[in-house]
Ligand binder design. Structure first.
Ligand code: SAT
Ligand code: MN
Length: 590
C-alpha cells in the first residue's frame, strides 16, 4: 500500500472491521493511494504543507497570522445543502415529515454509482475519530474516509482523531462509517445520505463543512440523535458554557440556536465591565451530548475538539476571545485577503480587502469581500476561555437549557418554561430567520425545533416523545428557557445589545435555578420584570427594556395558531402532552 505520510505507520492492523471496510471502499473508488491518519501535529503540518505546495491552501502573513491558512472552496459549494440531505430509514415514517427520505437500497445504489472509480488519481484518507474525550464512556467513535486533504485537516482539528480513536474502535468493535468524496463538486451530483439503522453516512459532491466533515452534523447530530434515542440520551445542536459567579460557583448552561445565530459568541462570551467577578468558560460551541446521570442530573460532553465558526462579524468588540483565538494556527475558508496577505472579513474595523473570497480583485459592487458563511477551523484549545472540564470524561452537569432563534418580533428577550413538558413545547416551537449557513433564501422565518430542523435523524414527533421521556426520568432536571437576542423596534433597530450583555440574562436564569430570582407568569411562560435583571451599567433605555420583556397577546395568539398548525403535520405520532401544553398556553393568554 502506498503512503503519503512522512510517518509511515500503517494502522490498518489495529482493527480488522475497519481495514475490511477500507478495502471494500478502495476497491469501489480506486484511489491512487491510501493513507491512514495518525492524528499527530506533525502529520497535520505535513498535510498542510502539501496543500500549500499544490496551491490549494494559501499561507497567510506569518507575522500577524502565524500558522494560518486560507482555503477557497468552489463558489457553488459554500454552505450545507438541506435539500440534498436525506435520512434513509426502512420506513419513511421513521424519518418523519422533517426529513427528506430515500429508501436505503435505492440510496445505496445511487451512491455506489457515484462513488465507483471516483478517487482515481487521488489519495484516500482514513480518519479514525472519537466524538468526545477518548476516555469518556459518553463518547462515540467513527471512521471517515475522504478523498479531500482539506476535509482530513479539518477533521484532525475538529475531532479527537487518529491512533487513540482507532484503538478504542478496535476495543469496542463499533463505529460509524462515513464515506465522503468531493466528486466533481457538481451541485447536480451532490447527496448527503444517512443510514441511521446501519450507523453509516455517504456524502458525495461537496467539500463544505457540514456536508463533508462527517463527524460533525452527520454523525454527532443525525446519526447520534438516533443512537441517543435507543440508548436513552440526547444529541443536541447546543453550545455548553460554564458561568462562574462572583462567589466562585460555576454552573453550566446548554443552549440551542440555529446555525449562524451566535452560538460561538455566547459560548465564548466576555462579561461586561459592569459585571465584575463573573468568569465564562467554554465547553463547546455547537454540539452537546446530554446523558442522564446517576445523580438525576443531566451531564454534557462536547463531542467536538475544535470550532468551525462563522468569521464575518468577529472583532475585538463582538468576541475578543474568538478574535484572539483565530490569530494563529487557524484554517480560514472563504474569507478575503488584504494586499499583505492578511485575512479580511466584514466587521473588521481596519484593513482593506484586496482579493475577495473567490480569489478575484475585490469590487464592492460584486458583493461582500468575505463570504457571509466564511468559516474558521481552529482547535478548541486555542480558546482563551477553554474550560478544563471539557476533557472530563464524566462531562459537566447542566443547570439550564436555553432555546433561541432569530426573531424580529413575538419572542421576548427571555422566558422560562413552566416545567419540563412545557419546555419541550417551547423548544419544539422555536422559529428563526434563516441564515447563510444553509443554501437558500436568507431571512425568512421557518420552524426550527430545538435548532434541530436540519439535524434530527428521525421523526420529530418521536424525538419530542424521547425528550419528554428523558425529562420525566430526571430527578433533578435542568430548567428550560427561551431567549431572543434579535428583537427589533418598528424601525428595524435591535433592542438588545447582545454579545457580553447576554450574561445578564444567563445570570437571571442561574438565579432562577437557585430559587432566588423572581418571575411572573405571562401565559407563554415566566418572565423577569426589568428590575429582576442586573441592569447596572447596561446601556438600554427603560422603554426598550420593557418592550423586550413584553408579551403581545395578539401576536402570541397568532403564534399559538401557527404552532398548532405546524405540530398537526405530525399527526397521531405527536405526543399528546405537547398539544395539552399548547392549549394551556392558549388559555393563559386569556
Ligand atoms: O456547516 S456546518 O454544519 O458545519 C456549520 C453550521 O451550519 O452550523
Ligand atoms: Mn451548528
Amino acid at each position: 500500500m502506498a503512503t503519503a505520510s512522512p510517518l509511515p505507520t500503517p494502522l490498518a492492523h489495529l482493527s480488522r472491521p475497519v481495514a475490511e471496510w477500507v478495502e471494500s471502499v478502495r476497491a469501489l473508488t480506486e484511489p491512487a493511494e491510501v493513507y491512514w491518519c495518525e492524528g499527530t501535529d506533525a502529520e497535520r503540518e505535513a498535510l498542510t504543507a502539501r496543500l500549500v505546495r499544490d496551491g490549494e491552501l494559501t499561507r497567510l502573513d506569518p507575522e500577524t497570522y502565524p500558522g494560518c491558512h486560507l482555503y477557497r472552496s468552489s463558489p457553488s459549494d459554500v454552505a450545507r445543502v438541506e435539500h440534498l440531505t436525506y435520512i434513509c430509514t426502512r420506513s419513511q415514517e421513521d424519518a418523519g415529515p422533517n426529513n427528506n427520505w430515500m429508501d436505503p437500497e435505492a440510496a445505496h445504489g445511487k451512491m455506489r454509482e457515484l462513488f465507483r472509480g471516483c478517487m482515481r488519481g487521488r489519495t484516500l484518507y482514513v480518519i479514525p475519530y472519537c466524538m468526545g474525550p477518548v476516555s469518556s464512556p459518553l463518547a462515540r467513535c467513527g471512521v471517515e474516509i475522504t478523498d479531500s486533504a482539506y476535509v482530513a485537516i479539518n477533521m484532525l482539528i475538529m475531532t479527537h482523531a487518529g491512533r487513540p480513536a482507532l484503538e478504542r474502535i478496535a476495543h469496542e468493535g463499533c463505529f460509524v462509517r462515513g464515506l465522503h468524496s468531493t466528486g466533481e463538486l457538481d451541485p447536480n451530483r451532490r447527496f448527503i445520505m444517512h443510514f441511521p439503522e446501519e450507523l453509516s453516512i455517504e456524502s458525495y459532491g461537496s467539500g463544505y463543512g457540514g456536508n463533508a466533515l462527517l463527524g460533525k452534523k452527520c454523525h454527532a447530530l443525525r446519526i447520534a440523535s438516533w443512537q441517543a434515542r435507543e440508548e436513552g440520551w440526547l444529541a443536541e445542536h447546543m453550545l455548553i458554557v460554564g458561568l462562574q459567579n462572583p462567589r466562585g460557583e460555576t454552573h453550566y448552561i446548554a443552549a440551542a440556536f440555529p446555525s449562524a445565530c451566535g452560538k460561538t459568541n455566547l459560548a465564548m462570551l466576555i462579561p461586561p465591565n459592569s459585571m465584575p467577578g463573573w468568569k465564562v468558560f467554554t465547553v463547546g460551541d455547537d454540539i452537546a451530548w446530554l446523558h442522564p446521570g446517576r445523580d438525576g442530573r443531566l451531564w454534557a460532553i462536547n463531542p467536538e475538539a475544535g470550532y468551525f465558526g462563522v468569521v464575518p462579524g468577529t472583532n475585538r468588540e463582538t468576541n475578543r476571545n474568538a478574535f484572539d483565538m483565530i490569530r494563529r494556527d487557524t484554517l480560514f475558508t472563504n474569507v478575503a485577503l488584504t494586499a499583505d496577505n492578511q485575512p479580511w472579513w466584514e466587521g473588521l474595523p481596519s484593513g482593506v480587502p484586496r482579493i475577495d473570497w473567490r480569489g478575484r480583485p475585490y469590487d464592492a459592487a460584486s458583493g461582500p469581500a468575505a463570504h457571509p458563511n466564511s468559516r474558521f477551523t481552529v482547535s478548541a484549545r486555542r480558546n482563551p476561555s477553554y474550560s478544563p472540564h471539557t476533557d472530563d470524561p464524566r462531562g459537566v452537569p447542566i443547570s439550564a437549557i436555553v432555546f433561541g432563534g432569530r426573531r424580529r418580533e413575538v419572542a421576548p428577550l427571555v422566558y422560562e418554561a413552566r416545567d419540563w413538558a412545557h419546555g419541550v413545547l417551547v423548544g419544539a416551537s422555536v422559529a428563526s430567520e434563516t441564515t447563510a449557513a444553509a443554501v437558500g433564501q436568507v431571512g425568512v422565518v421557518r420552524r426550527d425545533p430545538m435548532a434541530m430542523q436540519p439535524f434530527c435523524g428521525y421523526n420529530f414527533a418521536d424525538y419530542w416523545r424521547h425528550w419528554l421521556k428523558v425529562g420525566a426520568g430526571l430527578a433533578n432536571p435542568p430548567r428550560l428557557f427561551h431567549v431572543n437576542w434579535f428583537r427589533r423596534d418598528p424601525q428595524g433597530k435591535f433592542l438588545w445589545p447582545g454579545f457580553g450583555e447576554n450574561l445578564r440574562v444567563l445570570a437571571w436564569m442561574l438565579e432562577r435555578c437557585a430559587g432566588k430570582a423572581q418571575a411572573i407568569d405571562r401565559g407563554i411562560g415566566l418572565l423577569p420584570r426589568p428590575e429582576d435583571l442586573n441592569t447596572a451599567g447596561l446601556d438600554v433605555e427603560p422603554e426598550a427594556l420593557s418592550a423586550l420583556l413584553s408579551v403581545d397577546t395578539e401576536l402570541w395568539r397568532r403564534e399559538v395558531t401557527e404552532t398548532r398548525a405546524y405540530l398537526s403535520q405530525y399527526g397521531e405520532r405527536l405526543p399528546r402532552e405537547m398539544l395539552s401544553e399548547l392549549e394551556r398556553t392558549a388559555s393563559g393568554l386569556g
